[in-house]
Design a protein around this ligand. Structure first.
Ligand code: SF4
Length: 507
């Protein structure tokens, strides 16, 4: 085993070895599931070293026996048993152990390994997470494999309210999917530019004001990709989603050229749904909205993320809550019948009260869809281990309060959860949930996030995917993905190559 020496600086300037958690894999190589669980408990990024997964102990440090420098665990699959136990560094003399005989095992081995490690670390640390050992990004997919919420709680240690949310969302997702052909295609077009970059942005979006010369070239490249690919793809296109970035960041003239170019394709003549992200209110003008209406678009997203002006300024969004309200009112008056608004729980420095106030004001505006995202990045900056654990705990509780408030108030205001996904880089793995009034669900969002329908993407950073079904239509068998270059300059230079790759992928 090759362990690198990791050191942390103490406040006194004295250096000490940082404790680690080492999970030795015996009889299997399920390094990714093990990494996911270590990341959940420690907040650190694990690394694979030969037959081990190694991680700084981070938030788990206080659970390690002070007389031992590291916590060493064994995750083993033998002929008749799957077990996880502590080898060194756990409090007490006896090993801490969880096992199941193979004849009693009901999960596939990779999930059993993950589940055991979760339960063992949960016992050692005294911590539990809302989604238990479900670190994957699609809890509704797991709900599809189970018969009850209780099962989800018992098997994966998912908290009861989260299991309930997963099943409610699963049922809505299935309802939406039942209105689509399982062999249908759903198209995404990405404009990865924004007026400024938000402090929390994890997308490929670039600042448009710095790239003005690039924007017309980028639009031409996307349109040429569509010209070449669309006539050569089989499959009925049911929905179209134009996202980003912020597509409405384009100048009025370029936006009009782009939208007219998109809708010149006969493949888009019988769409069931078109949605355009006009995400940042400061990019919306009457002229751009009219261009969309003229093209038959009635569904847009206007996303304030918060209605607290102090937070908006803090995260680098160059608009106010008033700008959002004015854009919303203009879109409504002009005839957009379905408007989605996004909010984020956990924006830097935002209090629970500020988030709840934003949500209450948004509900009063009565948009058809409200999507609640969560953001809880870890913060370090020379804190002691105890301070890190305390800070993470407070952060998790803060986000939990926001999400619970959102869920309760949206459900009681006539909104239902209709799609859900989780992000791996958030503390505690909180969920993002799209809520809608009955009959206004965005089919594209469900198709994309449920991994139950194929998606054809155009533009830099887009991910195309094909879903292949087995005999049981309710559960897909296999998803293949085809990513596109993320950098817009590279994308423009290599658009022909991307085009050929996509045609091959869908043939
Ligand atoms: S609006 Fe969205 S895509 Fe654009 S910078 Fe902000 S977070 Fe990133």
């Amino acid at each position: 085993m090759k362990n690198k020496e990791v050191t942390i600086e103490k406040h006194s300037g004295e250096e000490e070895k940082s404790p680690k958690i080492i999970v030795r894999c015996v009889g299997h190589e399920f390094f990714y599931p093990i990494s996911d669980i270590l990341r959940l408990f420690t907040g650190e990024i694990p690394r694979q070293e030969e037959i081990c997964v190694v991680c700084d102990a981070g938030a788990m440090a206080s659970s390690i026996d002070p007389s031992s420098s590291d916590l060493i665990l064994v995750s083993s699959i033998s002929e008749d048993r799957v077990e996880t136990y502590t080898e060194k560094g756990a409090p007490g003399e006896d090993p801490w152990r969880i096992f199941i005989d193979k004849e009693d095992m009901f999960l596939p081995p990779n999930r059993e390994v993950k589940r055991q490690l979760y339960f063992l670390l949960s016992r050692l640390s005294g911590r539990a997470f809302p989604w238990g050992s479900l670190t994957g990004i699609r809890p509704t997919q797991v709900a599809r494999e189970l018969t009850s919420e209780e099962e989800m709680t018992n098997i994966y240690d998912v908290r009861k309210d989260k299991a309930h949310l997963a099943f409610l969302t699963r049922d809505r997702e299935d309802l939406v999917l039942s209105g689509t052909d399982k062999d249908s295609l759903h198209v995404y077009i990405g404009i990865p530019f924004c007026p400024s970059r938000c402090a929390y942005c994890s997308f490929v979006a670039q600042e448009a004001p710095r790239k003005t010369a690039l924007l017309p070239q980028y639009v031409d490249a996307v349109l040429s990709e569509m010209d070449m690919v669309l006539p050569r793809i089989e499959g009925k296109i049911e929905t179209l989603y134009i996202g980003g970035g912020t597509p409405t960041v384009l100048s009025e003239a370029l936006f009009e050229k782009f939208i007219k170019g998109v809708f010149s394709h006969k493949e888009f003549s019988a769409l069931k749904e078109i949605c355009v992200e006009a995400g940042r209110p400061d990019t919306i003008t009457e002229k751009k909205l009219q261009v969309l209406l003229d093209a038959g678009v009635k569904r847009i997203c206007i996303n304030p993320q918060t209605l607290c002006d102090r937070t908006l300024a803090r995260v680098g969004r160059k608009h106010t809550a008033e700008d959002f309200e004015a854009a919303f009112e203009m879109a409504r008056k002009m005839g957009f019948s379905i408007i989605n608004t996004d909010l984020i729980a956990g924006l830097p420095g935002e209090t629970t009260e500020e988030f709840c106030d934003s949500l209450t004001r948004i509900i009063k505006l009565s948009p058809e869809n409200i999507t609640v995202h969560s953001l809880s990045k870890k913060r370090r900056a020379s804190l002691s281990r105890e301070e890190i654990v305390k800070q993470e705990k407070e952060e998790l509780e803060r986000i939990e309060k926001m999400l619970s408030f959102a869920s309760e108030n949206l459900l009681s205001s006539g909104y239902n959860p209709y799609y859900m996904y989780k992000q791996k880089d958030t503390l505690g793995g909180h969920e993002n949930v799209g809520y809608s009034k009955d009959g206004t669900e965005c089919v594209y969002n469900v198709a994309m996030m449920s991994d139950q329908r194929s998606v054809l993407s155009f533009g830099a950073g887009g991910m195309s995917k094909r879903v292949f079904f087995g005999s049981d239509d309710a559960l897909h068998v296999r998803v293949e993905r085809c990513p596109c270059i993320k950098d817009p300059i590279q994308y423009i230079a290599k658009v022909d190559e991307m085009t050929e790759k996509k045609i091959r992928f869908f043939s």
